[in-house]
Design a protein around this ligand. Structure first.
Ligand code: ZN
Length: 217
């Protein structure tokens, strides 16, 4: 590498690819990894060990593109497993990592590494997911990509959970429990709850609004 512009080469970057489930985040991560590999850059791919769907060591998108990834139990392991020659680090399902992932990503970028992060920006309630807000803030480049609403076919930025009884933030690998939805068709579950909040107990006639009593007559 002697004679090359080391200063330029050593400039790290942080990229975040986010969006709802089924938006193609992993495909985009794999696409960027493949391009880096074509450019003969040493790439390492990590994913949280919690995500064991499909295959133990592959990052597999829903369209079955696959690249080999190292599962890690916690974010600090990424630094421990890093090779000196690595130029690009890709991290899939980054929303499942602990908060320490933010420091890890910073350290990687400071070493001159291009860091590509992919993950869910929101959970099914629309709340920011884990370390994602901080990562979006520190990123040099952010791509928020959309899926297609399963109800109306519009661009979808929300993940809708079909099972209303579950209390988990995300059921890992249970992709049939989720759908991508546009804001309108994601919102309607909340709207139902709002309506319930304004209605009265069914067995109490004392509290019923006049129009409801008329309906029952
Ligand atoms: Zn829709």
């Amino acid at each position: 590498m002697v004679g090359l512009n080391q200063g330029h080469l050593m400039s790290g970057t942080v990229e975040v690819v986010c969006g709802p489930m089924f938006s193609g985040k992993t495909e985009e991560l794999i696409r960027r990894v493949r391009r880096a590999q074509i450019a003969r850059q040493k790439v390492q791919i990590f994913k949280p060990a919690i995500d064991d769907r499909y295959h133990e060591t592959d990052v597999v998108s829903h369209s079955s593109l696959a690249v080999t990834a190292q599962p890690v139990a916690k974010s600090a392991e990424i630094l421990e497993r890093l090779y000196d020659s690595t130029r690009v680090v890709a991290i899939d399902e980054i929303q499942f990592f602990d908060e320490a992932i933010i420091t890890v990503v910073k350290k990687l970028a400071r070493r001159g590494i291009r860091v590509i992060c992919a993950g869910l920006d929101q959970d099914f309630t629309g709340s920011p997911f884990g370390p994602i807000p901080a990562l979006l803030c520190m990123a040099d480049r952010v791509d928020k990509i959309q899926a297609i609403c399963t109800v109306c076919g519009a661009p979808a930025s929300k993940t809708y959970r079909k099972d209303p009884d579950s209390t988990e933030q995300v059921l890992v690998g249970e992709t049939d429990l989720y759908e991508a939805r546009c804001r309108t068709h994601w919102d309607y579950a909340d709207e139902d709850e709002d309506l319930l909040a304004f209605s009265f107990p069914l067995n109490s006639t004392a509290n019923k609004r006049p129009e409801m009593m008329n309906d029952n007559a």
